[in-house]
Ligand binder design. Structure first.
Ligand code: CTP
Length: 400
């Protein structure tokens, strides 16, 4: 669900190295349904080309008061731009641009737009760590805050100077997440913590071998993405996977074995509001792990396996205010088996998928799900992408 649908975002780019990230910023904004126009300072063009930004935003990029390459120069109307926008986002905001904004200087189009804009203004500073820490920059940011502008925090890490510290521009997805929060104060999962388990677990046999399964982790990752887009803070506890997620509201914790997953869940569960167990947890683990690689002998090999902790059953037993959702992957007597799990594990809902359905199950990007509520009411859905399934699952959870 695009969360900036119909919003008009005016992006003001000033001349710092972080400007190279602005095409990604434009793309992220468009992905969320926003319309984007770009103004840039003349020096920003040294870091990113207007052609790139115009191509992505599908609007001409403006950087001067007049379009001077024509016989009859055209005035680039800064007032119109400021009035058009629902939000003016200055990213990156260099030390120079910050101080000009704080002092009301007006020697380029970006500053003229800033001074005439009536919409909310967001500022994403970007500079080297000592510049950022300098009292004059700190004071300028305070001044902008006192004007009602939202000065976003900076990131910490490697800087273009080769130094490490505070001063990086916030990553494009984090900037977009802040705009989303601003425009959607009523997101249904705002202030809620969602815990999700996903992926397979690997149970070590010896230092090189393990017992695992075919789960890809994809379903849990798209659930995390949807939960975050609905405003939640997400803890995603995942077994070994190739899936990736980059969202400021999703904290990923990688685990390997069922035991590690259990310990991670135990730590997080208490402070969660919603927990979804999408992991394909191994039900058994070798009783002991051979310290050295097992050598092949002539006779059969027997492994002694002991049961793992049922993580979802633990959550069911310790359920307080939580909404608790499980998954059931079945190959026969699907509905009956899923209902038994729902009851035995004290769940509020269970998502059933059957390996008998073509296009459902492991390692495919589609799924065919049935959601069973604790009162045994049932919602079935057609084969759809796992992302669409994740939306359907949250619609059901929100209806609980
Ligand atoms: N689950 C879990 N911990 C386990 C086993 C399962 O948290 N040790 C969770 C899964 O994440 C899923 C639900 O329990 O949400 C059902 O898992 P599934 O493998 O379908 O069933 P099991 O309970 O393992 O029972 P069975 O293997 O007999 O079908």
């Amino acid at each position: 669900m695009p969360l900036l649908s119909g919003k008009k975002i005016l992006l003001g780019i000033s001349g710092g190295i972080a400007a190279y990230k602005t095409p990604f910023l434009v793309r992220e904004l468009l992905k969320q349904g926003a319309e984007v126009r770009v103004v840039m300072t003349p020096s920003a063009k040294d870091f990113v080309t207007p052609l790139t930004l115009a191509t992505l935003s599908k609007h001409p990029v403006l950087s001067t008061f007049t379009a001077t390459d024509l016989d009859n120069p055209v005035w680039n109307d800064h007032v119109e731009l400021g009035l058009w926008a629902d939000a003016f986002l200055v990213a990156p905001a260099t030390s120079n641009t910050l101080s000009a904004m704080a002092q009301g200087r007006c020697n380029n189009l970006l500053l003229a737009v800033y001074l005439s804009a009536k919409c909310p203004v967001f500022v994403a500073p970007a500079m080297d760590l000592d510049m950022f820490a300098h009292p004059s920059n700190q004071k300028n940011m305070e001044t902008l805050t006192s004007f009602g502008n939202q000065v976003l925090p900076v990131g910490e890490g490697a800087l273009a100077s080769g130094l490490e510290g505070k001063g990086r521009m916030l990553e494009p997805d984090e900037i977009v997440a802040r705009l989303i929060s601003y425009f959607n104060p009523d997101l249904p999962l705002k202030g809620k913590r969602v815990l999700i388990t996903t992926g397979p677990t690997y149970e070590a046999i010896d230092p090189v071998r393990f017992i695992g399964n075919h789960a890809s982790g994809k379903m849990g990752f798209v659930l995390a993405e949807v939960a975050a887009s609905l405003g939640a803070e997400v803890q995603l506890i995942t077994g070994p996977t190739h899936e990736k997620i980059n969202h400021p509201s999703v904290a990923v914790q990688a685990v390997v074995s069922a035991k590690e997953m259990f310990l991670a869940v135990k730590k997080e569960y208490k402070r969660s509001d919603i927990a979804i167990a999408a992991a394909a947890v191994a039900d058994f683990t070798p009783q002991s792990v051979a310290p050295q690689k097992l050598k092949k002998g002539k006779s059969n090999l027997s492994l002694s396996l002991i049961p793992t902790e049922d993580i979802l059953a633990y959550m069911g037993k310790n359920k307080k205010k939580h909404r608790l959702i499980g998954f059931a992957l079945e190959t026969e007597n699907e509905l009956e088996n899923a209902k038994i799990k729902l009851k035995q594990k004290n769940l509020d809902g269970i998502v059933l998928n059957s390996l008998q359905d073509p296009g459902a199950g492991f390692s495919v990007s589609t799924n065919k799900i049935t959601f069973i509520h604790s009162d045994h009411s049932i919602q079935t859905f057609p084969l759809q992408s796992k992302l669409e399934c994740a939306h359907r699952i949250f619609e059901q959870i929100l209806s609980l």
